[in-house]
Design a protein. Structure first.
Length: 75
């Protein structure tokens, strides 16, 4: 595998859309490098792996939402 991945390659590697990669970069959630100013983003596979692990851990520890029973909503 290449050392530096493009946004498209990063998206394919992570199994997400290019927009998701761009958004994660903009929010500072995904470590990345800009090449030649603001035009070109490159990401290392290990950075994607770390980003995915943080999201998986967050999802595993998330509290389930409250479920309302049908009886509670009946008139």
């Amino acid at each position: 595998m290449k050392t530096w991945l493009t946004v498209a390659e990063s998206a394919e590697y992570a199994g997400v859309s290019r927009d998701t990669i761009y958004t994660a970069c903009e929010r500072g959630e995904l470590h990345h490098a800009r090449i030649g100013g603001r035009r070109s983003i490159r990401v290392k596979a290990q950075w994607i792996d770390a980003w995915l692990e943080r999201h998986v851990r967050g999802a595993e520890h998330a509290r389930p939402g409250k479920q309302r029973s049908m009886e509670a909503t009946a008139p």
